[in-house]
Design a binder for this molecule. Sequence first.
Ligand code: F6P
Ligand code: MN
Length: 332
Amino acid sequence: MKKITLTQYLIELQRNKGCVSAELRLLIEVVARACKRISHEVSKGALGGVLGGAGTENIQGEAQKKLDVIANEVLVEANEWGGHLAALASEEMEHPHQIPSRYPRGEFLLLMDPLDGSSNIDVNVSIGTIFSVLRCPEGVEANEQAFLQPGSAQVAAGFAVYGPSTVLVLTVGRGVVEFTLDRELGSFIMTEANVTLSADTQEFAINMSNMRNWESPIKRYIDECLAGKTGPRGKDFNMRWVASMVADVFRIMARGGIFMYPKDSKHTAGRLRLMYEANPMAFIVEQAGGAATDGYRRILDIQPVALHERVGVILGAKAEVERVTRYHHEAR
Ligand code: F6P
Ligand code: MN
């Protein structure tokens, strides 16, 4: 079988459909190359001296791991000189990083979670990188305000998973494509041309330890799943929780399911970040035929008010997400 590389996929989109500009192609390739580097660092594990804490905190008061910091640096360094970005923002940086004046300024804004699933770094469980691409509004400064666009304005989004293999899931608004890193060739090779999500599922992902804090619609949904064959759903459900969003969403892309990190009485605004976790994942999931809401609203319709704001997330199989969303509206 002929192998299609990421570069070839992007060049063909640029040539035939005109939906990927040379600048966007460069951006995606640079991010993919940075992910390759991060994957390499991650795979060294304890031998590479990359595990453990960095002794610092990010803007959200979370302890940074060495790999959080390394991944952030790799992505910033890779992206700042190419001329494709106006600015970039990251979970690990309080304010957007401006492109140094010695480099040309491009038209895109890049948002990223450099290393998602930090709690799994030191235990050899899959982690990853999430990214989202917006266009910088013309004639404006690329400051925080420029980033505050709803997810529906994304021009591309993707995530890498550093697991037994390294995969890259990508959308430029033309469906979802999956690539696997061929370590011998050093290239991302297409391994799924059109990722689609089935509408129904019998598998849910949620951190059950938060159960006592949940709001009633989530409690109702999970109770009904747990009741199994003899309950209102008439079927048994399985549960999975990797605790790395990238790995949980990748599993859902591969075999279906629903993923939830809802608001609760402890995480009153939600746990996950809207702009570089929920938005890119929602774009990908919708492009694969699934759905994503915060319980009430479509994630991609939310107008952000702050770069690091949090949001409740319910995403995956369309019929299930619609059911959970309906439960929220019924409880109002
Ligand atoms: O980035 C936040 C994150 O690490 C996600 O990747 C993951 O889904 C979630 O937090 C795990 O949360 P918890 O620690 O509550 O299981
Ligand atoms: Mn994360």
